[in-house]
Design a protein around this ligand. Sequence first.
Ligand code: RTP
Ligand code: MG
Length: 141
Amino acid sequence: MALERTLSIIKPDAVAKNVVGEIYSRFEKAGLKIVACKMKHLSRREAEGFYAVHRERPFFNALVEFMISGPVSIQVLEGEGAILKNRELMGATNPKDAAPGTIRADFADSIDANAVHGSDAAETAAQEIAYFFASTEIFSR
Ligand code: RTP
Ligand code: MG
């Protein structure tokens, strides 16, 4: 498996629940390194730009409103197969469908307030990392 980087966001619901450290711990225990991190309260423009791929979807406005409802924790995770590994740790988009022990099963309340974001492919990971981090803000070891 290749060494990869992926973008992770701990969404406003999980930040408000005070489980940022718990979620970081799950990444680390799975062998993913946090090589960049920042907290941010996204502007509407930033959230709309980040989720631009979903612009025509019926849930777009609700998604943007939710993502700007409070601060988020944004991080770059690095490790072998990091993109898929993070998606496995997150669980299904709808927490009702998420496997037991996944982040969404344990911390998400609904398909809207679903605790975390993770890049879904190598190309989107590269785009999403560049959207939030300069290369000088990423500390690969
Ligand atoms: P994310 O991008 O946040 O990691 O989530 P994902 O890949 O599992 O899901 P995606 O299809 O990319 O959708 C992005 C976010 O939009 C919300 N959503 N709502 N009401 C709905 O049918 C619906 N579908 C998606 C979710 O909050 C999802 O995380
Ligand atoms: Mg997605």
